[in-house]
Design a protein around this ligand. Structure first.
Ligand code: NAD
Length: 538
């Protein structure tokens, strides 16, 4: 008996095989005539997709093509990403996704996630139940408050959860049917959007204060009721909101913030890796931050825990971390410091000259999280070279124009001795006949693996210990030949393999700390791999 579901099958991204439906399936489901007679393999279909992509010039148009593929044939989409992550990551995520979010009101097609507005606060559960899947394990949620370096993009920020969840699957094999992108519409302060007839969100200024916090609380409650096994990843909220929300919920439900914890973990991975490269214990590193805001605090907090794990007391660990903000070096005599900054203020003389602070503190590494492009000037780098054989220079501010120095400046001013990694990408640099490949602290080595481990083990909470484990595991993946090429992070082309190794280590930690929701399997690696999505037609 023929089931006439062919037409809808071709419109279901999870089940659609397009021209790869077999002749039997075509007969059975009423697909004959809806497809040309030739039955194709996945490989042939990929050839066609790659050919079509080759005809498209602009990355934003490739993005539109690819996200359209995600809503028509998921298997093909993930095949592309998993086969060539280095090529596709920049197209489905940063930098292209930033432009895609800015233009979302103008380019959006198809349903790819949920919009929940402040006006719907009292029936969030009903809205969640409109999503076609009943068992969701992972959501990435934004309120569009601070999208990448682009500011307030309101509901157009949904592109970030969509892109990020595509990477959970594409880079670590988290099954896509268990994931759900969500944007919380709390208004926008983006004047251009408020005046744009194509802006799809509510037309009002952002709500703040208790009304905002109540909405977030109602969301967390509803999402945990509808999906009891869910993990919430907060994404691209404004710094103050991000810290407040994380502090409020991290001990109550399974949740984390990648901007804070993922960034801290990838930065920590870089320093562990550098210590390995230098053959020096991690406890011998000393950090001086330029910038003492949300990013500095997140990284410093995890570094303190890593120092403690490696045997230092908390007081000793704090001695290894110094900060310098817009007003100068954080020293005890200053009376303008926020509470969270006070722990990083040390005894000593004040200076408001960063290059002078370098000579006084004698750090092995300087970390730029100040948003001030060019702040690591020639004197700063030369002073770092005076006191270190291999000065560690990490300008983390994004975008590239805000980077505290360029890769070329770091290598040139340090006469080729710097170990460099940045937040924004830099091309390889030639210096005196040698090619240096700059590192990039990319959270993609952390969050997909974290997602896979949480998904497979049914983890009840996400702890800082899990992020330290992830950082150590990422650093272990850097091979001697990577080091020879100046790399301190693994390579994106190896992301799937790296993610499995990192997820295994995180899962071990989850079982060890009693946070798993499933029984510990005999072979954790095999167990993790058995839970992964494989982009093949069934
Ligand atoms: P923030 O506003 O919370 O903090 C900025 C800090 O810089 C403040 O302490 C401020 O006093 C200090 N500052 C400003 N001007 C200064 C100056 N002239 N000299 C010295 N200090 C100065 O911002 P944030 O959320 O901490 O982000 C900082 C930067 O870090 C941003 O550019 C962001 O893109 C970047 N970041 C990068 C990553 C990454 O993965 N690479 C992750 C998170 C944040």
């Amino acid at each position: 008996m023929k089931e006439k579901i062919g037409y809808s099958l071709l419109r279901d991204p999870r089940k659609n095989k397009g021209t790869a439906f077999t002749l039997e399936e075509r007969k059975k489901y009423g697909l004959e005539g809806l497809l040309p007679e030739q039955v194709e393999t996945l490989e042939t279909q990929m050839l066609r997709i790659n050919g079509q992509l080759g005809l498209i010039d602009l990355p934003i148009n490739k993005y539109i093509y690819l996200t359209n593929l995600l809503t028509t044939n998921q298997t093909l989409f993930f095949n592309l990403i998993m086969n060539d992550p280095a090529k596709f990551l920049p197209l489905v995520y940063t930098p292209t996704v930033g432009e895609a979010c800015e233009k979302m009101g103008h380019i959006s097609r198809g349903v790819k996630g949920l919009f929940i507005s402040i006006h719907q606060k009292d029936h969030i559960k009903e809205i969640l139940r409109n999503w076609p899947e009943e068992d969701i394990r992972f959501t990435v949620v934004t309120d569009g408050g601070r999208i990448l370096g682009l500011g307030d993009l309101g509901v157009c920020g949904l592109g970030i959860p969509i892109g990020k969840l595509a990477l959970y699957t594409g880079c670590a094999g988290v099954p896509p049917e268990y994931t759900l992108p969500i944007v919380l519409d709390t208004g926008t302060n983006n004047e251009a959007f408020l005046n744009d007839p194509l802006y799809p969100g509510i037309r009002q200024k952002r709500i703040t204060g208790p009304e905002y916090d109540d909405f977030i609380e109602a969301f967390v409650k509803a999402v945990n009721e509808v999906y009891p096994n869910i993990c919430i990843q907060w994404e691209d909220f404004k710094g103050v909101d991000a810290i407040r929300i994380l502090n409020k919920f991290q001990d109550k439900v399974c949740t984390y913030n990648d901007d804070i914890q993922g960034t801290a973990a990838i930065a920590t991975a870089g320093y562990i890796s550098v210590s390995r490269l230098m053959g020096k214990p991690f406890t011998e590193q000393k950090f001086l931050f330029l910038g003492a805001g949300a990013a500095a605090f997140g990284i410093a907090d995890l570094l303190v825990q890593k120092f403690q794990k490696d045997g230092l007391t908390r007081e000793e660990a704090l001695e290894h971390i110094w900060m310098f903000d817009v007003n100068g070096l954080l020293v005890k005599s200053r009376n303008d410091l926020a509470d969270y900054q006070k722990q990083f203020a040390h005894s000593g003389d004040f200076t408001n000259d960063f290059s002078e602070a370098v000579l006084r503190v004698k750090p092995t590494a300087i970390i730029g999280v100040s948003t001030v492009g060019g702040a690591f000037n020639q004197r700063v780098i030369e002073n770092m070279s005076l006191i270190n054989e291999r000065p560690i220079i990490f300008p983390y501010s994004n975008p590239t124009s805000h980077s505290e120095c360029t890769a070329e400046q770091a290598y040139t001013w340090s006469k080729g001795t710097a170990i460099f990694a940045s937040g924004s990408p830099f091309a390889p640099v030639e210096y005196e006949g040698k090619t240096f490949t700059p590192g990039q602290g990319n959270n993609v080595f952390i969050f997909p693996a974290m997602g896979l481990a949480i998904f497979a083990t049914g983890a009840k909470r996400v702890t800082d210990e899990m992020f330290i484990t992830a950082a150590e595991a990422v650093a272990e993946q850097v091979t001697p030949s990577d080091f020879e090429n100046g790399l301190i992070y693994p390579q994106v082309k190896d992301i799937l393999k790296v993610s499995i190794n990192v997820a295994v280590r995180i899962a071990e930690k989850i079982f060890e700390t009693g946070l798993a929701g499933v029984k510990k399997p005999y072979d954790i690696r095999e167990f993790i791999i058995s839970k992964m999505y494989i982009p093949a037609y069934k």
